[in-house]
Write a protein that binds this ligand. Structure first.
Ligand code: GDP
Length: 834
């Protein structure tokens, strides 16, 4: 009436699903009773189970076919036409072919390695049919009697241990004993007595009754030696063949069903023993139902306490916050949209303008240091602009600085020669083979690579052309000078306008946007969701890419006219002048700090000594075109030398020319010591041992000379720009820094306008839309599985969701249990009132 077993089996399924979905260590330990089938091998266990189910589905064979427990749930469905099986763990549902199930079970059992023999990982099997009771049975590996070669003694024990695990309360033991084996030897009864000493929850099943005479069978069934509270049931699970006339041995045989067999032998009826599969089945239902009923209250207690615990966890850990996978997904997308919105609000024209301005200033510094700050004629110009009295220092440094700065580095070879000379008088450079070039020019030729500091992003040949002039020694001001500086200003403006502003500024803004996008998705929650994160990045870069080319072109087109002529308003000039002074101040500060670093890294005495040496070399009027680092890199030089050794000295790199090779072929160098060149005609000298020769100091000295000169030029330029001559744009060709800043401001303005219009507006329009449609598109699916797997990528959310699911399932279980209790007590009070 209550269908207790059925309803509790449903509860059990729910409890199992809680267990399976919990990643936390704590597992639900709420147990409901099952009927556990034990018996020796070949005692007829499988036949009994199949007789109860009415289907053949168990694997057959003599060699240990059952190696894992089979947890079998029978579900009675009155309206079901075709019975079916389910193996949920394998994702197999509604399997109507029972033969195939038998094969699958065989495979699952065989998957246990021979060495382990048995495994305690159960196989879950469900059978739905209209002719079965609601039952839960567990089939276990049979006890083995004899151990053969393949079944060592250890196996016996393993099987016993496995069975013992299942024979615990509240389970019911179905002890299967074959009628043709003495009950005293029954392993099943032994195991039962061990786990259920009073025999309160064991049902004895005597199989193969037909192997005894009916009276013997009755004797076995009514024996009092091994009493069981729930009694014995005898079964015959195979059709029985008997002589049609037992008294006549010559009579033919006939095949009887189980029922026919008992009916034919009235002794079974008269002796009141319990026989037949049907009787057994009913007994099992009754016993299990009672056992379930007894377990009810303890089950309720367990579920209740687990529910309380779960609620507590949710409260403590998550402040009772209710979430679902979908709500988390929606929240995450909202957060993303919110962040993009915030980014949009904070990222406006002014930020882009600042960034572009910074970029422009770098370009201006590049152009100025190549075209102005290293121009030897800057002295003339200074005198013209400021007058002699205001520039007392200029003539002191300009001679050396023009050389140093134009090449950015002192020729280390010269210094080495000086050092050499200081130590030994017998240095002789052998004359060149052709005898035409001087040693000095050879040394000059030895220098390697382009000059140093400028990063050459602007065309260096442009600078060279602008610098070449014949009248740099004159201290008088000729009209050509104006032409020269005008021409130079044009050239600088051209360089600035044509320096790839469209591409560079657009790129700059794209990078800024992408950096922000990365920041947005690299913080939680999206840092937990790599797929979604990558999708957002992909969308952002696709949107930007689609706008990139057109933005670059637009910017380039709008700035083109600035190449020719620009209007200059007085207030614009004023601002640009301030800005250019700041650039110069920054450069001066930079020089100062670099000087400080060079000073602090080298002993003062040595540094001064080297500086003196370098200055002396410079005074000799040498051309300085070697970068120290290239010289230090001896390996590179000697490789080059080696390469060129085979080529004619006249046509190849002068390094191959032996007469001027300052570097010994086998020379090597450690970190600080520079091996001095080995003049070919001279005897080996001891430069190597010279403790004075410190390459680090040499480099520091060289950069000191360079930096000091550079700083003086910069200070001079600062003086020029702050002078009254640069108050307005009239003398713009002498105030190049200011003019270039002004130009750059105009360029930046145009660039910003178009980048904002072409790129930013489009980006902030399209990005959120695409994001929304694609993110929702990906995760909006019927099964909600995608939302779930998204949410579970976040470990904290995963645990939270699990707890919530656990809570709701436990509540469902509780409700079911309470309903059962209510109905049960109603029923009891009803029957009591009778
Ligand atoms: P298990 O190894 O305990 O599962 O035993 P099985 O159910 O496989 O049965 C072992 C052997 O006993 C098989 O050859 C069956 O055909 C046979 N058997 C099972 N039930 C009966 C029965 O009621 N009568 C007879 N005579 N043989 C049976």
């Amino acid at each position: 009436l209550l269908a207790l077993t059925k309803r509790l089996l449903e509860v059990q399924t729910l409890l199992k699903s809680i267990e399976n979905s919990t990643s936390a260590k704590k597992k639900v330990s709420m147990q409901l009773p099952s009927i556990v089938v034990v018996g020796s091998q070949s005692s007829g266990k499988s036949s009994v189970l199949e007789a109860i189910v009415g289907q053949e589905f168990l694997p057959k064979g003599s060699n240990m076919v059952t190696r894992r427990p089979i947890e079998l749930t029978l579900i009675h469905e009155p309206d079901l036409k075709v019975p079916y099986c389910e193996l949920p763990a394998l994702g197999l549902f509604k399997i109507t072919d029972f033969k195939s199930i038998s094969q699958t079970l065989l495979d699952l059992n065989r998957s246990v390695p021979e060495s382990e023999c048995v495994s305690d990982i159960p196989i879950e099997l469900k059978i739905h049919a209209n002719n079965i009771p609601d039952l839960r049975l567990v089939d276990l590996p049979g006890y083995i009697q004899v151990t053969n070669r393949y079944q060592p003694e250890l196996l016996k024990q393993k099987i016993r241990d496995l069975c013992d695990k299942y024979l615990q309360e509240p389970n019911i033991i179905l002890a299967v004993c074959a009628a043709d084996v003495d009950l005293a030897n029954s392993e099943a009864l032994l195991a039962s007595r061990k786990n259920d000493p009073l025999g309160l929850r064991t049902i004895g099943v005597i199989t193969k009754l037909d192997t005894l005479t009916p009276s013997q069978a009755v004797d076995v069934l009514s024996q009092k030696e091994f009493p069981l509270h729930l009694g014995y049931v005898g079964v015959v699970t195979k059709p029985v063949s008997i002589k049609s006339d037992p008294k006549n041995p010559k009579s033919g045989t006939m095949v009887l069903s189980e029922t026919q067999y008992y009916n034919r032998n009235s002794i079974f009826k008269n002796s009141r023993v319990q026989v037949s599969v049907d009787v057994l089945r009913k007994k099992l239902v009754r016993v299990l139902d009672r056992s379930m009923s007894n377990s009810l209250s303890s089950l309720i207690d367990q579920v209740q306490s687990d529910l309380e615990e779960t609620k507590y966890q949710i409260k403590v850990q998550y402040n009772d916050e209710r979430i679902t996978a979908e709500s988390y997904l929606a929240d995450s997308i909202d957060i993303l949209k919110q962040r993009v919105k915030l980014f949009k609000e904070s990222f406006g024209k002014s930020q882009i303008r600042d960034e572009i301005q910074k970029y422009m200033h770098r370009k201006i510094i590049e152009i100025c240091s190549s075209l102005y700050w290293n121009d030897p004629k800057i002295e003339q110009m200074s005198e013209h602009i400021l007058g002699n009295s205001k520039t007392p220092f200029i003539s002191d440094f300009i001679d050396s600085s023009r050389r140093i700065i134009s090449d950015t580095a002192a020729n280390i070879n010269l210094v080495l020669v000086e050092l050499y000379k200081a130590n030994s008088d017998d240095i002789h450079f052998s004359p060149n083979k052709t005898g035409t070039s001087s040693n000095k020019s050879k040394l000059r030729q030895l220098s390697i690579g382009p000059s140093g500091e400028n990063d050459n992003s602007t065309n260096s040949s442009d600078y060279k052309n602008a610098n070449s002039s014949n009248y740099n020694d004159s201290r008088l001001w000729f009209p050509e000078n104006d032409i020269y500086w005008n021409h130079k200003l044009d050239r600088s403006s051209g360089l600035l306008v044509k320096s790839g502003i469209g591409r560079n500024t657009t790129r700059l803004v794209v990078d800024l946007i992408m950096n922000n996008v990365y920041e947005i998705v690299n913080t939680p929650p999206f840092s937990f969701h790599p797929d979604a994160r990558n999708l957002v990045i992909k969308i952002a870069s696709e949107v930007l890419r689609s706008k990139y080319i057109s933005t670059v072109e637009q910017v380039e087109n709008t700035i083109k006219p600035f190449k020719h002529e620009i209007e200059i308003e007085p207030h614009e000039w004023k601002l640009a002048r301030e800005s250019s002074l700041k650039i110069l101040d920054d450069q001066i500060l930079k020089c100062k700090s670099e000087i400080k670093i060079a000073k602090s890294s080298t002993p003062a005495r040595q540094l001064n000594e080297y500086i003196k040496l370098i200055n002396r070399a410079l005074e000799r009027g040498s051309t300085l075109n070697t970068v120290v680092s290239d010289i230090i890199n001896l390996k590179k030089v000697s490789e080059l030398k080696h390469e060129n050794d085979t080529i004619s000295p006249e046509t190849s790199n002068p390094i191959s020319d032996n007469s001027v090779s300052l570097l010994d072929e086998n020379s090597s160098m450690d970190e600080n010591k520079l091996e001095l060149p080995q003049p070919l005609n001279s005897k080996k000298s001891n430069y190597l041992d010279n403790p004075q020769l410190n390459v680090g100091s040499l480099v520091a000295a060289q950069s000191m000379v360079y930096l000091k000169s550079k700083m003086e030029v910069l200070q001079f330029r600062r003086q020029v720009i702050s002078s009254s001559k640069c108050l307005n744009s009239e003398n713009k060709s002498f105030c190049a820094e200011t003019f270039l800043v002004l130009l750059s401001q105009k360029l930046a303005h145009s660039a910003v306008l178009f980048i904002n219009y072409e790129l930013l507006n489009e980006f902030f329009f399209e990005m959120p839309r695409k994001m929304q449609s694609q993110l929702y598109g990906i995760y909006r699916d019927e099964t909600k599985e995608l939302a779930k797997s998204f949410a579970e990528q976040n470990p904290k959310i995963k645990v939270h969701l699990e707890l919530i699911e656990r809570k709701s399932k436990l509540e469902e279980v509780m409700e079911k249990l309470n309903n059962i209790i209510r109905e049960k007590s109603l029923l009891e009070s009803y029957s009591n009132s009778w």
